[in-house]
Design a protein. Structure first.
Ligand code: CAA
Length: 264
């Protein structure tokens, strides 16, 4: 039993729908999963626990059919002052999700707007319902994206498209997000979570140390030059030769049998 699943939360639900898979469901349906401080705090607690849990290999993050998340909670932040948000570095804690070392798949249905779109972009893979709606509408509220939108969106879909979307605040469709490479795969709304869980299960079956190294190489590589990134990859590659999983994976290939990874 997982540590995270033993804990009960008010705004999220953590379940284990398949071996080595955790499913984290945002659960503030009446507010379209608007991301209030309490929800983000619970999400960070759950992610930390799941990252430590040896029985979890990959995590799926989802909302409900109407909304993945409709953004930061506007009612909660509308009266905040500059002094308050600056002093407490408002929204910094949202990025804790990017410190999780296990793969996170966002399964997006309905609205993924503002902070909801940014949360999806902090995941490692995005699967979306073909009816999902993305957007960074902050400009219409007199602000700009504050949880990485101006940085991640251009990296994912290109500068000109991101500039147009962020400056106008227009929503974009799942098909657009898919054709621009932001979304890995599209599914009917009824299937997107099960498909994400199935992929997470597949990831959970291969060697956990190699999975961790691959995620680290891709994500840290984005912050490095090509030469540095390739060298970093090679060092991680070398390191994996010290793992039992590498010995098992290659022995199983040579012996024409299925590998039994122990994630060590
Ligand atoms: N914050 C707080 N409450 C929200 C919310 C949000 N982001 N989004 C929706 N809600 C609430 C609504 O106020 C409403 O509550 P009540 O029933 O108490 O009135 C409830 O959720 C249902 O919403 P709607 O009645 O508006 O539903 P709809 O189907 O008519 O419209 C919507 C759906 C188009 C998504 C609309 O709710 C909307 O535009 N939401 C705001 C989207 C937005 O601007 N997000 C960006 C937030 S800023 C941000 O995220 C900053 C950042 O970068 C971190």
């Amino acid at each position: 039993m997982s540590t995270a699943s033993e804990q009960s939360y008010e705004h999220i639900i953590v379940t284990h729908p398949a071996p080595r898979v955790a499913l984290v469901t945002l659960n503030r349906p009446k507010a379209l999963n608007a991301l209030c401080n309490a929800l983000i705090a619970e999400l960070n607690t759950a992610f930390k626990a799941l990252d430590r849990d040896d029985n979890v290999g990959a995590i799926v993050l989802t909302g409900n059919e109407k909304a993945f998340a409709a953004g930061a909670d506007i009612k909660e932040m509308k009266d905040k002052t500059f002094a308050e948000v600056y002093k407490h570095d408002f929204i910094r804690s949202w990025s804790e999700m990017t410190q999780v070392t296990k793969p996170i798949i966002a399964a997006v249905r309905g609205y993924a707007l503002g902070g909801g779109c940014e949360l999806a972009m902090m995941a490692d893979i995005i699967y979306a319902a073909d009816t999902a709606t993305f957007g960074q509408p902050e400009i219409k509220l007199g602000i700009i994206p504050g949880a990485g939108g101006t940085q991640r969106l251009p990296r994912l879909i290109g500068r000109s498209r991101a500039m147009e979307l962020i400056l106008t605040g227009r929503n974009f469709s799942a098909q657009e997000a898919y054709s621009w490479g932001m979304v890995a795969r599209l599914f009917p709304s009824t299937r997107v979570v099960e498909e994400a869980v199935s992929t997470a299960e597949q990831i959970g079956k291969v060697g956990g140390l190699a999975v961790k190294a691959a995620k680290e190489a891709i994500n840290l590589g984005e912050e490095m030059g090509l030469g540095e990134g390739v060298k970093f990859e090679r060092r991680l590659f070398h390191g994996l030769f010290s793992t039992a999983d590498q010995k098992e994976g290659m022995a199983a290939f040579a012996e024409k049998r299925k590998a039994q990874f122990k994630h060590e």
